[in-house]
Design a protein around this ligand. Structure first.
Ligand code: ADP
Ligand code: MG
Length: 243
């Protein structure tokens, strides 16, 4: 699946959250959305993922502009996986049920198929001992790994992650990033908005640096970190690395 953003923009009331974004998602290699808060990372991720519609330009999927109607967008989103800052697990379900429920009801798998898939993902992320716990009984890092397992359940073509570690302490952040490295190494396309610049640097791929509602720079991750390509990028990295 090839996804392109063509001069895409999004407006909230009178304010443009994002303007004139032209890029093609790399396949099989990560796209990292970096930049200061309020710069437009989440908005771009949501446009690319069909969670919001454009107010100018378009998002094209295999050469066809995504139409704004909800049934088509829903069909498109079923091919994708999502992890957000707060994993949004269902609080009344166990870890395993959080993974099996969407497989059964959104992806029409049998109970046995869904259970087998959940077990295999729980095992992959060292979560089997927690399969029957509810989110309130789990640490933040465990919850985010379950959110990651849930997002991978239906073998999404592209995985979108919006600051998946921003609510976690450093140790739990490392747990989640290790799991994510594992996912990246199998060649799944990741679109990741993050402030975890150490991880971004190791991950390689492409950086889209967003600032002031615009795509300020797009290019290889290695280049971005070797020499910050714009004064805005230099300022951003200096602030992040100071902490
Ligand atoms: P980032 O993820 O980089 O922090 P966002 O994409 O969330 O940036 O925000 C970009 C701009 O759009 C900001 O100015 C933000 O205030 C605005 N914005 C984002 N979402 C909304 C919304 N639902 N309603 C109004 N303004 C929004
Ligand atoms: Mg954001």
């Amino acid at each position: 699946m090839q996804i392109k953003s063509i001069q895409a923009g999004k407006r909230y009331g009178d304010l443009w959250a994002l303007r004139n974004i032209t890029l093609t998602l790399p396949l099989g290699s990560p796209l990292l959305l970096l930049g200061p808060s309020g710069g437009g990372k989440s908005t771009l991720l949501r446009l690319l993922a069909g969670l919001e519609t454009t107010d100018e330009g378009s998002i094209q999927v295999d050469g066809i502009p995504l139409p704004p109607d909800e049934p088509t967008l829903r069909e498109y989103r079923r091919r994708l996986g999502f992890v957000f800052q707060e994993g949004n697990l269902f609080p009344h379900l166990t870890a395993e049920e959080n993974i099996t429920l969407p497989l059964r009801y959104a992806h029409h798998q049998s109970a046995a198929e869904a259970k087998e898939r959940a077990q295999s993902l729980l095992s992959r992320f060292q979560l089997l001992p927690h399969a029957h716990k509810k989110p309130a009984e789990l640490s933040g890092g465990q919850k985010q790994r379950i959110a990651l397992a849930r997002a991978l359940g239906h073998q999404p073509e592209i995985l979108f992650l919006d600051e998946p570690t921003s609510a976690l302490d450093p140790e739990m952040t490392a747990e989640v990033l290790d799991a994510l490295s594992d996912v990246q190494q199998e060649g799944r396309t990741l679109i990741l908005a993050t402030h975890a610049t150490g991880f971004a640097r190791r991950t390689g791929g492409t950086v889209a640096f967003l600032r002031n509602h615009q795509l300020e720079w797009l290019g290889p991750t290695a280049e971005f970190f070797a020499q910050p390509p714009t004064p805005g990028a230099a300022g951003y990295l200096a602030r992040i690395l100071r902490d």
